[in-house]
Design a protein. Structure first.
Length: 362
């Protein structure tokens, strides 16, 4: 099967569109024709060179939706037992668990030691997730889920990354009814985190960002208070404002989805004693944050860091979206759509920062 793909090999370099040969479908594999793929913040980190890939030609991208193009002879249903056939729309995990490392054996598969250690070799191209192409091959061992017909591609494309990630993260951090939440960053993850926190019963949600359009979108997804970095320019003023909004105590939970560890010390200061800090955006291994150890100890602060999620989260995310499809303007989260052939322009605009989510259509 030949299909077009955007080839990445140099940070901030031009990605060329090339015809690549996708592998024959194995008995337990599925070939998916991608109908929409989004540019996530993690993709921008890869594109900038923050998270080095081994040398070679790569297909990157991971936030996507598609239709089944071909199924292996052993595949009859999706991972929930729903009949699956050619033409069905599907969402799926873009990563694989090894099932053999200590994390998998202990039931913590989302911390699998071998999950992303080696990209999938496909002829002379490395599949480092691989959404920016016409096709995506689900290898044996995948998890795949049919998409309800009342949810559009635009709504569902972020499910297997942004929405699933924040859904899992807020559960792992222990958010519960009546708590206050600070969300650092109003990009895709931050806006979904706002809506999911509201759905989980958060009593007060404070969102911080420097772009006013993003903050207004966060308001549409359930934020109670907005802090603009342009008008609240100092860390002291922001910490003071958060404490004022939380009866002087500080927030129960703070979520980092900015992609920069420089905000972590500030977020910790916004927490009350016994608060919980969730780190999901800062994936650059070259960057560090200086934390005040005494504040962590005497504040009894819990830190949780996550990069992926468990398979059962995707059905929860789809259910969340169905229940709230009239409540929140999900269709507005993809602010810019480009053909795959204009992927370089799409990355440039996404890198500029004002785009909530740029999306590519093969």
């Amino acid at each position: 099967m030949l299909g077009k793909a955007a080839i990445f090999n140099t940070p901030r370099g031009r990605m060329d569109i090339r015809d690549v040969a996708f592998p024959p479908v194995e008995p337990d594999g599925i070939l998916v024709r991608i109908t929409r793929a989004n540019i996530c913040g993690s993709d921008l980190h890869i594109w900038r060179g923050d998270t080095p890939l081994r040398p070679g030609d790569h297909i990157i991208g991971h936030e996507m939706i598609g239709r089944v193009a071909e199924v292996g002879r052993n595949i009859r249903t999706d991972s929930q037992g729903q009949p699956l056939a050619v033409g069905d729309r599907v969402t799926f995990l873009y990563f694989y668990f090894c099932g053999r490392c200590y994390a998998c054996l202990e039931g913590y598969r989302s911390a699998c030691v071998n999950m992303m250690r080696q990209p999938y070799q496909m002829n002379d191209v490395l599949i480092s997730m691989g959404a920016f192409a016409e096709y995506y091959y689900l290898r044996p061992g995948h998890y795949v889920f049919k998409v309800p017909e009342d949810l559009s591609d635009e709504m569902v494309a972020p499910v297997n990354c942004a929405l699933a990630q924040v859904t899992y993260g807020l559960q792992r951090i222990g958010l519960h009814l009546g708590q206050s939440v600070v969300i650092q960053g109003a990009g895709g993850l931050g806006i979904y985190a706002t809506a999911v926190a509201r759905d989980m019963g958060a009593a007060k949600i404070i969102v911080i960002d420097r772009f006013e359009p993003r903050l207004q979108m966060a308001s549409a997804f359930g934020a109670d208070h907005l802090i603009n970095l342009e008008t609240s320019a100092t860390e002291e003023s922001r910490v003071r404002l958060v404490r004022e909004l939380t009866n002087g105590w500080g927030a129960d939970v703070c979520v980092e989805v900015v992609g920069s560890p420089s905000v972590i010390p500030e977020g910790v200061r916004m927490l009350k004693n016994g608060g919980h800090y969730l780190i999901m955006g800062s994936i650059n291994p070259k960057q560090t944050a200086a934390l005040e150890a005494g504040r962590l100890v005497f504040g009894r602060i819990t830190l949780v860091a996550l990069a992926t999620y468990e398979p059962w989260v995707i059905p929860q995310a789809l259910d969340f979206m169905r229940r709230n499809r009239q409540r929140y303007p999900f269709q507005k989260l993809i602010s810019h759509t480009f053909p795959l052939t204009e992927i370089n322009e799409a990355f440039q605009q996404a890198d500029a920062g004002a785009v909530i989510r740029a999306s590519l259509v093969p």
